[in-house]
Design a protein around this ligand. Structure first.
Ligand SMILES: [Zn+2]
Length: 221
């Protein structure tokens, strides 16, 4: 079995966040140096900080909250699709990828370079509505992207969120896919179990699937 790859962004004060969101912050309020205590921290944060998972309740009044999302949506076979061009993810990108039935789809885009900038960049790459509908039509359990929204910044009606969440496709945003080559994986993505919340930061890890079919091919190279 191959090693797990952590595709989670580290939560840290000053990290890039969605404009207007409560910033992530951690304060330590007990110090181990004081006799009789340990180190104890508290955090304040938007639930949309860093790598986070979104439930239907984010945009659907009667939608499921994050505690109600079925774990199979977030854990199981996944594919990393590479879209290195500086543009939104199109239906052609999905059609030409080797997406298998039942796979969760992780979109590795040129967004990864935006995390090196000091500020949020509103010209990030998102998913087109047509591509979102393709994901719905193909019963994709969950879709992940490597910046802070599946909708483009100018799309104030959030059509991609509505298309995905309205059809039970769970959204993972803020992934770090820089260390993941395109291909097939097993994924575990777990949000915190926050009652009534529309989203939660999560820990997302993947590991390569070594299929019987691919072994001889690799040996030949
Ligand atoms: Zn979102």
């Amino acid at each position: 079995m191959s090693d797990w790859i952590d595709i989670t962004r580290t939560l840290t004060s000053g990290m890039i966040q969605w404009p207007g969101d409560l910033p992530f912050s951690r304060q330590q309020y007990l110090e181990i140096s004081v006799p009789g205590t340990g180190n104890v921290s508290e955090i304040t944060t938007s639930v949309h900080a860093g790598t986070h998972i979104e439930a239907p309740l984010h945009f659907l009044k009667e939608g499921m909250d994050i505690t109600e999302v079925a774990l199979f949506k977030l854990c199981g076979p996944a594919i990393v699709v590479d879209i290195p061009q500086a543009r939104d993810v199109s239906i052609e990108d999905l059609q030409s990828a080797d997406i298998q039935v039942g796979e969760r789809v992780l979109l590795k885009t040129a967004n990864q370079y935006l995390w090196e900038k000091p500020e949020f960049d509103e010209n990030y790459f998102a998913i087109t509505v047509e591509a979102a509908m393709w994901l719905v039509d193909h019963n994709v359990p969950a879709v992940g992207i490597d910046y802070l929204s599946v909708d483009s910044y100018q799309n104030h009606n959030h059509p991609v969120h509505h298309a995905l969440l309205g059809n039970g496709v769970i959204i993972i945003e803020g992934l770090d896919l820089s260390g993941a080559d395109p291909g097939h994986y097993e994924m575990v993505a777990l949000p915190l179990k926050i009652a009534g919340s529309e989203a939660s930061p999560g820990r997302v890890i993947i590991r390569r699937l070594v299929s019987q079919k691919s072994l001889p091919k690799e040996r030949k190279q």
